[in-house]
Design a protein around this ligand. Sequence first.
Ligand code: ADP
Length: 593
Amino acid sequence: MKRRLLWQIYPVFMVMTLIGLLAFSWNVSVLLREFYKVQKTAQLERMARVATHYFEDIVGTEQFDKMQSVCTELGRTTQLRYTLIDLEGKVLADSDENPRQMENHLMRPEVQAVLDGRIGSDIRPSKTVKQELLYVGLPLTRDGKTAAVLRIAVPLIELRNTTQTINREIIRYGVIIAIVLAALSLALSWKISRPLEILRLGALRFAQGDLNHRLHVPASREIGALAESMNQMAAQMDERIRTIVAQRNQQQAMLGSMVEGVLAVNTAGSVLSANRAAAQMLQIAQEQCVGRTIEEVIRNTELQQFVRRILDNTEPAEYRITLHENIMPERHIQAHGTPLLGDSGSKIGALVVLNDITSVRRLEEVRRDFVANVSHELKTPVTSIKGFIETLLDGAMEDPGDRRRFLEIIARQANRLDSIIDDLLTLSRIEQQSRQEQMTLESAQILPILQAAAELCQGAAAEKNIRIEVDCPKNLQSCVNASLLEQAVVNLVDNAVKYSDTNAAVRVEALFAEGELLIHVRDRGCGIAKEHLPRLFERFYRVDKARSRKLGGTGLGLSIVKHIVQSHKGRISVESRPGEGSVFTLHLPRTQS
Ligand code: ADP
């Protein structure tokens, strides 16, 4: 664990401060001691000079008792120790001790200094008095020559006491100064390390993605410049990240809104990206695609092999496959594969675009079926017409009875052809109009439309003595295409009349319910078995082909109705029970202009 800068700077400051303080205190203490010593030595020297006068007459003589009494007297009056030593180091007299018991003093430094012609001084512990003493030696002269050495000694107990007092004071103030300096160096360390700590915290926020944060720029030039550079860096990074995110979002939005599935795979066969459409086609969650292998994402072996082929080759390729063959609804996919090239032009994977062509395929199938159905429907009357004409030409013309019968059949078949073609034209017209959104819807009264439709069917209804009842509020009004709606109702009423027994009633009702305009056409006719209901509105679908044909039906009537309703953005429903009758209902959105 790395230590904080504060705790790295502060101890160094502290140690430096303490060393400085100790060195200073030590110096002061030593200097004071030295000063005291010099002062004391000078004082002692002066006193020694005064004392030399007392020995002037007796030095160099044999008057040892006199010398001893002068030493004793001086010692008593001045509270100092006086020693008289001859030039061989023998102690002649001493104010404190018996000179005869004292050893030779020749080698004492102060004595040696005097013998060398200097004034000597020394500080050392005395062997005799067991304490530290300051010694000063002076020559005593007789006839201009050194005859003996006078030594004065003073105990330095005073010096020790004074030094101890001074040291105590130094320690006391030293501790106070050390505390103050400790606080000051802590403050200084904090002042140095704090801006760096703030920068560190700011950099941490940048690292965590908060690039809007700006660092406070401290007054210090170096750290201020660093903070400014870091702020600039964050602003640039923020800008770049915003650009990258915007580009990525744009790309994702584009890919996401594409109807085509887009799948990017790297050379190792892992999915780099897959859009929503691709995930839907492959029936896998989009977020589960990225990073997985194509074998995990694509469950269709053919498509897997196709992607592998693109990865192995450098040429684009196309392929048609059927996905989810076992699960309905199956989907037909047209896959376009292209190698994915990196900046340097080297291959970095493959891009596969999946086109769902299911509806195109279904449309193709419907068209194929329709052409087959139309051909078949047209073929029957044409074959019949051809057959009867040939029979007539082969001689039947001669028999007036046959001729009339055959011509009537030919006329009927021609009418049938005519109605099929009419119905087909109507269908294609409605389809075209609704495809081009050319359908004009205008606000219209519904009652007149229903009445007109009933009127048109009146002839056929009268033949079977069928009543057509119209039940519609007078003021019922909606946005419709009146002629197409009339045609739809005519088709339904026509069917109701066709498939009802004589003397029955057909009822047409219109009302608004649940936001829709509902038009019911009810009959009490033969009804329709349940299994036919889902296919009833397909082109050419008939429950009973023979009966329909006999009644002149084309099998397109309900298909036309369905298209008319769809072009109104509505729908058609049917309820029917065999033997009980049917109710066809048109559901049209209720719109008012
Ligand atoms: P068609 O020209 O044969 O009547 P439609 O498309 O109008 O053709 O009707 C399709 C089939 O639906 C008819 O052949 C008929 O079998 C059945 N159908 C239609 N309307 C009725 C009805 N009101 N009652 C019973 N069957 C009906």
